[in-house]
Design a protein around this ligand. Structure first.
Ligand SMILES: [Zn+2]
Length: 457
């Protein structure tokens, strides 16, 4: 079956072009100028007046996450990827959850292959590091080469913090095997120091939460990670959910001394929400408990600057929603709430509005931070992340003239609240194609359960 998407403003890698896209067998087979009529097609889609982007990639989600014995994230791979698709996202790379202590790396990956099989869009996994020894290092290299999981995440805090030697061994191993190490950067000692201080003073309401995880906790670990990556000959390191302006200063220094393999992600929430939300009445403030916490407006401005000047490569969501009643368990004590918020559906239209409409980010740059850069860093380019002949026909068509008011009935996460619930986007999602198939038509999901495939990267 042949499909033609006709007359849209197509966002290619270096320029936008008014063009027709021809799709066959799930792939882009031609990008023609609109005057080249005569291609016999079975389906024609009129994209006149719309912008055609490479399908957006969310490099940071947590579907099905069992965060603790008590809390499981509200979305599984089915509900979460429907929400993603409705927002214009055609692939996610999920940060998978922990397995019992001491497990080999494949335990979590095998578990997630099972959890993810109902996904409606393509999905990849970032493996997860819980401990480091010779067997883990050997397994890590083998998985990067043979299992289609080329990125792993290490934590500097929480239940399985990697120590200094661990991080060095991991960086060296991913460099050797051709993968990338992603790191949750928050210094464990600093967060414990401040947390203990606030708890001892009885200051456990959500308004104290951001001070319990200060900017320096993130920036210190970012700086250390970057230094070691440099020491190891520009080992590839990817900083997830960057939130603090001081972290960006360290990244800029790294780039100035020639490091090419330091990659930086931020998330929608750090660009659009701020720590003032923690000052609301506690039951409301508890909605925003996440790590790292929302930051100041000065941090937000620095993140925008960094996104616009290329210091930041990707925008993810860290989609990890919990129900309102669960979040409100943190009203009197922030430690009692599960950490994380929704955003997998909201990201593209919020970012389009905030970056393209309000801050004049060029469409080509927008496609990079929302899709292409993630595909390149995580080794699935040009299958994903670009409108090119031979690439998967993952396409997101945005109507820039039709605003979209977010509301509970239009947001499809299983979660019962959105941190962006009253947001009015300047544009709307018109249609979404996944591997050549129409999966979203306006407000309607028209795809199929289990239509997503594991993305070997
Ligand atoms: Zn995360």
């Amino acid at each position: 079956m042949k499909t033609r998407i006709r007359g849209g403003n197509v966002v290619l890698e270096t320029a936008c072009k008014n063009a027709d896209i021809i799709i066959e067998d799930g792939l882009i087979v031609a990008i023609d100028s609109p005057s080249d009529a005569g291609v016999d097609v079975d389906v024609e889609v009129d994209a006149t007046g719309c912008i055609v982007f490479p399908g957006f990639i969310d490099p940071h989600t947590h579907m099905n996450l069992q965060q603790s014995a008590k809390f499981r994230a509200a979305d599984d791979f089915y509900s979460g990827t429907i929400a993603a698709a409705l927002g214009g996202t055609t692939a996610i790379i999920d940060h998978i959850g922990f397995s019992p202590a001491g497990s080999p790396l494949m335990t979590s990956i095998d578990n997630y292959h099972n959890l993810a099989k109902d996904a409606v869009i393509d999905y990849g996994f970032h493996g997860v590091i819980q401990h480091v020894d010779d067997a883990i290092i050997a397994e890590l290299k083998d998985i990067i080469k043979n299992e289609g999981v080329s990125s792993f995440k290490a934590y500097s805090t929480y239940g399985f913090p990697a120590n200094d030697q661990d991080l060095l061994r991991l960086l060296a191993a991913v460099k050797e095997a051709g993968g990338v190490l992603t790191v949750h950067c928050e210094n464990d000692g600093i967060t414990k120091y401040y947390n203990d201080m606030f708890v001892a003073a009885g200051k456990t309401e959500p308004r104290y939460f951001p001070q319990s995880r200060p900017n320096i906790a993130e920036a210190e670990t970012v700086g250390r990670l970057i230094d070691w990556a440099h020491q190891l000959g520009d080992a590839p390191a990817y900083i997830v959910h960057t939130s603090a302006r001081q972290s960006l200063e360290r990244v800029r220094l790294a780039r100035q001394r020639g490091q090419k393999n330091v990659f930086v992600e931020t998330c929608t929430q750090y660009l659009t929400l701020d720590e003032g939300l923690y000052q609301a009445e506690p039951a409301c403030a508890a909605r925003y408990i996440m790590a790292p916490p929302l930051r100041s407006l000065a941090d937000q401005a620095a993140l925008w600057q960094a996104l616009l000047d290329g210091t930041i490569q990707t925008v993810g969501t860290d989609h990890c929603p919990f129900m309102l009643a669960e979040k409100q368990l943190g009203s009197a004590d922030y430690r009692q709430a599960p950490g994380g918020i929704a955003g997998v559906q909201e990201r593209p239209l919020i970012m389009y509005t905030e970056a393209v409409v309000k801050r004049a980010m060029p469409l080509v740059d927008f496609a990079k931070v929302m899709s292409t850069n993630a595909a390149k860093i995580f080794n699935c380019y040009p299958q994903k992340g670009a409108i090119k002949v031979g690439s998967d026909a993952d396409l997101t068509i945005i109507n820039p003239a039709k605003p979209f008011q977010f509301s509970a009935d239009r947001l499809h996460s299983n979660c019962d609240y959105s941190p962006y619930c009253d947001y009015r986007a300047a544009a709307s999602i018109e249609k979404v194609f996944s591997k050549g198939k129409l999966i979203v038509d306006g407000d309607q999901f028209v795809g199929a359960r289990a239509a997503g495939s594991f993305l070997k990267r």
